[in-house]
Design a protein around this ligand. Structure first.
Ligand code: AMP
Length: 514
């Protein structure tokens, strides 16, 4: 698979076909290629020898996709940042890159209302939405561009890090193309010109599961913005008559949609499959979907951002959904081998979709990534091949049918409504809140699923006196530092935090308290 070559081919063979649509507009394959070429030339003109990643700031506008392709066509990685990210996180990402070029793929300053130029304060440059829209024709310069290939980093997705700062996962062109060769075979094979629903923001790697497989088959992406996701009834209206063939979302989002009776085969009569990833798929959700959409396959996939979206898959049958939790996550794709650490049962992913590591974080990279000699190569591995490997932090086992199952984490990472959160990320930000001496966070778990987060806070003596106002000010301070999904729902002031016999924070006790 060569994704850029495929898109270029469609830009020629089906110029007028819609590649992407959302409530803010739509774009054809011809236009997507043409506009991204113009912008790629502009990036090349401005950046010259600077090959640093480019930040693409926006939400679900067609310009977002134009910007992604422009970056990689100019030979630079893109780093998607959603408009719902708080200023402090954006500043941290910008600081990590250095003096970044930022492309604004968003018509207004909706979302957090941040003025990105102000935020950068003169370090780095911005190409604004209007400018991107009105770039002159690129002419010859576009043929001189050197697009990303092979080991060139294609995108960098920042995800929660234990130190309170996000870390950037680098995905190369070969990683993505390797992933795509398999992704287009999911659910019995993705048909040409299929229509995909996109739910995940582009700063979350689940979005890669709809964007590129869809573009790889010359299909159309129907993107659901964050406001629409909060209004089930409006969402059902929006989806009516869109001819959706594949649904890509977190299981959490599908279960929210199931609250609406209209979410059934009549709404999407041409639906062929649900593609899930990112968190546990509860049996109940799978069961309801199979009942309401008898013609559609329910596919459970598993994998971390560090190994390009997902690496295992299984079709969930009615029988499996009627069985016990957790549902299996299936067998690895060709080119991936799964091993379990003999002592901890940690899932280790080995293969061609494993990232070369975190951006500018050699120590964090060395902790979890390594090179594995493929002594007994699996399907898709060359003889004596050497592959990158990643320690996932997930605890796994194989069931009687040889399918991988996830049994939770060996660390303190959680998934809340599909979002990946390091508990320590919240705790280090909590420690920086005025009036807080120390804080610890615990998930509240129900039916094996994280329902919400609770923060236990020891306050400084004088600063926070009133409980109600105190909780409010802690929450507000956290909202400025972290995305709102990371801010604990409950804040409880305590005198002490529980400790184990050897004096460590007792996280099991905290979970019970939550
Ligand atoms: P992310 O990098 O955001 O995709 O999160 C990856 C993590 O989500 C994995 O390491 C798992 O902990 C969890 N995860 C992903 N897919 C599944 C699944 N199908 N079942 C259970 N957990 C999953």
């Amino acid at each position: 698979m060569n994704i850029l070559a495929s898109i270029e081919k469609y830009a020629d063979s089906q110029r007028e076909r819609t590649a992407f649509k959302s409530r803010t507009g739509e774009i054809t394959y011809g236009e997507l290629w043409e506009r991204s070429g113009r912008l790629a030339s502009e990036i090349e003109n401005r950046m010259r020898d600077n090959r640093d990643p480019v930040i693409v700031y926006g939400h679900k506008d067609p310009m977002m996709i134009v910007c992604f392709l422009a970056c990689v066509r100019s030979g630079r990685a893109y780093c998607p940042v959603d408009i719902n990210t708080p200023a402090e996180r954006i500043a941290q990402i910008a600081e990590t890159i250095g003096e970044p070029l930022v492309l604004t793929a968003n018509r207004s300053s909706a979302g957090n209302g941040i003025d990105i130029s102000e935020l950068l304060q003169g370090s780095g440059q911005v190409i604004g939405y209007e400018e991107i829209q009105n770039l002159p024709e690129a002419g010859d310069s576009v043929t001189k561009l050197k697009p990303c290939t092979g080991d060139d980093v294609f995108y960098i997705i920042f995800t929660s890090g234990t130190t309170g700062r996000p870390k950037g996962v680098r995905i190369t062109t070969d990683n993505l193309n390797g992933y795509l060769s398999w992704a287009v075979t999911l659910a019995g094979g993705i048909e040409k010109q299929s229509v995909f629903v996109n739910q995940a923001p582009y700063s979350f790697d689940l979005s890669v599961m709809d964007l590129y497989p869809c573009l790889a088959v010359g299909g159309t992406i129907v993107s659901v913005d964050s406001m629409l996701q909060k209004d089930n009834s409006e969402l059902m209206e929006y989806l009516t008559g869109k001819g959706v063939n594949y649904w890509v979302s977190t299981p959490s989002f599908a279960s929210i949609c199931l609250a609406e009776d209209r979410f059934c085969a009549e709404l999407m009569p041409e639906l062929k499959g649900f593609l899930f990833c990112g968190e546990v798929l509860p049996c109940g959700t799978a069961h309801s979907l199979i009942k309401r959409f008898p013609e559609a396959k329910v596919i459970n996939t598993y994998g971390p951002t560090e190994s390009t979206v997902c690496v295992t898959e299984i079709e969930i049958t009615e029988e499996m959904a009627a069985g016990s939790e957790p549902l299996p996550v299936g067998k690895p794709r060709p080119g991936t081998r799964i091993e379990l650490d003999p002592e901890t049962s940690e899932i280790i992913i080995i293969g061609d979709t494993v990232s070369p590591g975190y951006y500018k974080e050699p120590e964090k990279t060395a902790k979890v990534f390594f090179t594995a000699d493929s002594e007994n190569p699996g399907e898709g591995f060359g003889e004596n091949s050497v592959s990158r490997a990643y320690r996932t932090g997930d605890r796994g086992r194989f069931d009687a049918g040889g399918n991988l199952c996830c049994d939770g984490r060996i660390d303190n990472q959680v998934k809340l409504h599909g979002y990946r959160i390091e508990i320590e990320d919240i705790e280090s930000n909590l420690a920086g809140v005025p009036g807080v001496r120390r804080g610890a966070v615990a998930p509240r778990i129900s039916d094996g699923k994280v329902e919400s987060l609770t923060a236990f806070v020891i306050r400084e003596d004088e600063t926070i006196t009133d409980d109600y106002a105190g909780r409010k000010s802690v929450r507000l301070a956290l909202k400025e530092k972290m995305p709102s999904y990371m801010v604990p729902k409950r804040i409880i002031f305590v005198e002490d935090l529980p400790v184990t016999n050897n004096g460590k924070l007792d996280r099991n006790k905290l979970k019970e308290m939550a």
